[in-house]
Structures are given as C-alpha cells and as structure tokens.
Design a binder for this molecule. Structure first.
Ligand SMILES: Nc1ncnc2c1ncn2[C@@H]1O[C@H](COP(=O)(O)OP(=O)(O)OP(=O)(O)O)[C@@H](O)[C@H]1O
Length: 244
C-alpha cells in the first residue's frame, strides 16, 4: 500500500491559514498571519459589520482568491485541488441554494453529488424533521417561495447531507425564529459530541456563539484581536469588548 494511505493524518490541523490577506482596491480587509483550527474544534468568529468574517469563510471555501497567503484543509491547499470539498459542508447565504427547485429536489441534487441513494436522502430528511418543524417537506413550494428563515434551514440541512467532517456556517442563527435557534444550537452541539465535527461559525449573537463554540476569535477591521477558549467568563468579556 502506498505510504500516504497508511500515514495517519491526525497530526495535521483540519484548517490552517498562513499569511492570509485579502485586499480590495488596495485596501486590506483581512489579514491573518496564522490561524490553525484543530480537528473537532468548534470555532466561532465574531466581529462588527465589515470586520471580514464572510471574507474569511469565502477564502476558506476557495470562492474568492487570496491577495496573499493560503488556506489548507486537511493538509491540502484549497486553491489547488478539490479533495477537501468531499469533507466540507457549508452554507454562507442563499446564493448556495438552487431556488427554482423544491427542497426535496434540491436535497436529491446535492445528495447525488455525494453518491447518496434515494433511500439515504429520505433517511437524512427524516433526521432533519425536528429542525424543519414541519415547514419544509411536502409543501409543493419552490425554495424561492419559502421565508428567509426556512431557506436558511434548507441550506444548513444541505450542508450536512454529505456527512461532512467540517461544517462552515455564516450567521446561521440570523432569521431563525427563537425555537429554531434553540433547536439549531442543540443540533450543532450534538454533531460536535457525536461525530467530532469541526465547525466554523460566525455570529452576531454572542450568547449563541459562546454556547456552541469552544473557541471564539474576534475580528476587527480584518485583524484577529482576540482568540479565546470559551469559559464561563467569555460572554462577559465579549460583551465588554463590544460595548460602546
Ligand atoms: N467584492 C468586494 N469588493 C469590495 N469590497 C468588498 C467586497 N467584498 C467585501 N468587501 C469589503 O470587505 C470588508 C469585509 O467584508 P465582510 O463581508 O467579510 O465582513 P463581515 O464581517 O462578514 O460583515 P457583516 O457582519 O456585515 O456580514 C468590508 O469592508 C466589505 O465592504
């Protein structure tokens, strides 16, 4: 057997950013000298509007090109190959959806990308029923006809359809009703505990993000200004930081 197949990868960080910079019109909007996310870590990203959170996620997912530096997932440069895509699930915004399909058609489409059978997809939908709260399946509506919150649920579910090792969600709690926010929190914590899933989650809600993430990084104008292991003081520390 070739050596690379027998070498355990456990020592390689799940996500590694090195000298990562993004500039628009010569203005740097993100500057991360080095950042490592370990396997199974739940990583929360907070920061005011325009701090660079979505830009960072777009760079991690190779949706935009870095001005300098690189991101590696599972030891592979995201900008050089596709293998990391099979272990990465993500939902940043409704641009990820195909909104002229019904949710069922969309899940079938995404499931096929991950070689899922019809039975696998039906079983997956069943596991999401609590999160969907009876509002998504069997409605005979196109995704574009659903509310923003329900579109978000469809996108988050689709991100999980390929059994990812890494889940990247941009502001997943925004637009969800309070019951759905609580269900989503429980669901994410369960995925961490049961599957050791690595998570990157941005949020403007300091309560939610500190409940769900073991580590919180604060971005300010593109710079990482805090990197905290979550404990009982973290919420207070963040509230103090953001209070004006
Ligand atoms: N395509 C673009 N062209 C020019 N500037 C851009 C572009 N995309 C993002 N920016 C700028 O990059 C900066 C970071 O934006 P980004 O969307 O990453 O912030 P964010 O932290 O996700 O903000 P929010 O909390 O408002 O969603 C902002 O100043 C934004 O105006």
């Amino acid at each position: 057997m070739p050596l690379q197949n027998t070498t355990p990868k456990l020592h390689i960080p799940m996500i590694q950013a090195t000298n990562l910079q993004k500039a628009y019109n010569n203005v740097t909007v993100l500057n991360i000298p080095t950042l490592t996310v370990a396997r199974g870590e739940s990583f929360g990203l907070v920061g005011n509007n325009g701090a660079g959170k979505t830009t960072f996620f777009r760079l991690v997912l190779d949706l935009i090109e870095a001005t300098n530096g690189e991101v590696m997932i599972d030891g592979q440069k995201v900008a050089r190959n596709d293998r990391w895509k099979m272990i990465t699930g993500s939902f940043l915004d409704e641009g990820f959806l195909i909104d002229f399909l019904t949710p069922e058609e969309y899940f079938t489409f995404v499931g096929k990308l991950y070689n899922k059978s019809e039975g696998d997809i039906a079983q997956f939908i069943e596991t999401m029923q609590d999160f969907f709260n009876g509002e998504i399946i069997g409605k005979k509506k196109l995704i574009r006809e659903f509310s923003k919150g329900n579109q978000k649920k469809i996108g988050i579910a689709a991100a999980l359809l390929g059994d990812p090792q890494i889940l990247i969600l941009d502001e997943p709690f925004t637009a969800l009703d309070p019951s759905s926010q609580i269900r989503l929190k429980r669901f994410l914590i369960d995925l961490q505990n049961r599957l050791n899933m690595t998570m990157l989650i941005s949020s403007h809600d300091l309560n939610h993000v500190t409940e769900v993430c073991q580590r919180i990084v604060v971005l300010e104008k593109g710079d990482m200004v805090k990197d905290l292991q979550t404990n009982e003081d973290t919420l207070k520390e963040l509230e103090a930081y953001f209070s004006v």
